[in-house]
Design a protein around this ligand. Sequence first.
Ligand code: ADQ
Length: 591
Amino acid sequence: MVQSRAFAKAGTHVGRHRQHRTVEAVFVPVSRLSFRQKQRAPKPFVPRASDGIATYFGESKLADRHSAATEASSAETTHVHGDRDTINATYNIVFVTAEVAPWSKTGGLGDVCGSLPPALAARGHRVMVVAPRYAEYDVTPVDQGPKKSIACHGTEIGFYLHQSKGVDWVFVDHPSYPRPGGIYADQYGVYGDNQYRYTLLCLAALEAPLQLEVNGSVYGDDCVFIANDWHAAMVPVYLAAKYRPGGVYQDARAILAIHNLRHQGVFAPKTFVEYGLPAGWNGAVEWQYPPHQRQGAYEEEGRAVNTLKGGISTADRIVTVSPGYAWEIQTPEGGWGMESMLTSRAYALNGVLNGIDTQEWNPSTDKHIVKNYSISNFSRGKAENKAALQKELSLPERPEVPLIGFIGRLDYQKGADLVLGAVPWLLEQDVQLVCLGTGDVSLESGMRWMENTYPDRARGWVGFNVPMSHKITAAADLLLMPSRFEPCGLNQLYAMAYGTAPVAHATGGLRDTVLPFNPWEGTGTGWTFTPCTVEAFISILGNALETFREHSDSFRALQQRGMQIDFTWDKAASEYETIFGWAKMDAPYCK
Ligand SMILES: Nc1ncnc2c1ncn2[C@@H]1O[C@H](COP(=O)(O)OP(=O)(O)O[C@H]2O[C@H](CO)[C@@H](O)[C@H](O)[C@H]2O)[C@@H](O)[C@H]1O
């Protein structure tokens, strides 16, 4: 199995900010630990006398929660691998997320929360994912068993449970979640009650492990929460401010996973009361932006409550979705105002590269494409998919013409304006360009302009269409990713798995995953450019097109190298485990 240098490097990166405690340290037998280390080592889960205590929302169910299943899944077990003793911990893991594929997805957050949990479950952990129930999902039965209703945040919520892939998928039912528009916004803008909706999600997710019986037992209060993005960032705040003072969740830890720092959940200062936090906790979420970093209309002269800042300042550890992005967010250029907060927590901040769901994104089994293929027959397979896409989109069916794809939100981050900026040069050449995206109205108009101006060379599909995204990924020779910033990026990973060469701005996770083509050494899986300008983009596109046209053997070898990379989630899952171990070794960051 060939692995890119960038991936190999990422494996060591987890320990970068933690040099005094390496990956190995997690697996040292207890008998060999020093006294202080023993004190900090994760403890087996033992029911306590205090089990009858009240939760924030009323009488606890803790007293009857300790079934054998819970204990087994919470406890440390010692295994021997070969002649080396190791301690393997299994955890009760609770993901909290606003999106989870295939039920709800506007982007990569949904993908990750749909595929990392099964990877962790496959490694022996008990895993729950808590997400809103935005609709009566028409996929496999979600409403398994009776709905359980509880009081939460002054209202009543319900939990629906669906079990698959070894994961307990829990959907929070409340009238504020289903909307005729999108998940977060409709044609009139973002919903005015998003702060309430996601506050409720956090509190529901903190109650679910205590109150929801799954296979005869509750998860209990020895959990590792993974709070994803600002929507879930209040989880560590409530743990510290509401639950631990009541004696609950003493052994739990919360990890904040940042998928995109640009979105921080910023609201007017007077909305602090919406969080229902005890007095004295406003410092955890209040924030004043300097003039050049102000985020929007909600602030009052830069003063705001900032939900993500609450998570950054209280989480036990922070994870971002690539090592490169973990570094970038500590700089003024990439920190979106949070760089000083993040730098102050650098020792607890790691980057773990995303994987991909190889059941959903696998050219040999993909149900959306006309011809399945693998590394042994990819040239023929891709050629058939290319011809099918050209036919479907009424483009000239020409195998020799380079087919270039772009898939993504049409916004500042994804650099769709750079694609449009390159169009006059690009489409004067003998190429075909297929873009799929939705978002900014002016960029959507730009895509329509492109198609009208170059009807025999360009298609601009405005909309969100998963089957089409698979077809483009399989059919294209090159995939454009001129993102201004990219925490990880999934499309370049999908592209490489499908033998499609990414052409990407060297930023964040793109720089970590796309190894630039080196014709002399015969290495690399794509092309990267910097600075992020139309000129630099055009220049590198010229190189990629020349390789495609003039050096087809080199191009094929590059495709093969991409297809050989191990994109499975297992590597990321093991890095997350290491981080759980670090979180559990330390006392809670915020008590
Ligand atoms: N019009 C369309 N039709 C169909 N499918 C479409 C589509 N537009 C986008 N998609 C799909 O949505 C997903 C987007 O993934 P990205 O990695 O670009 O995530 P995004 O920027 O949303 O999320 C953030 O979180 C993820 C996950 O951590 C990070 O990789 C990323 O850098 C960060 O910005 C991909 O599966 C893509 O194919």
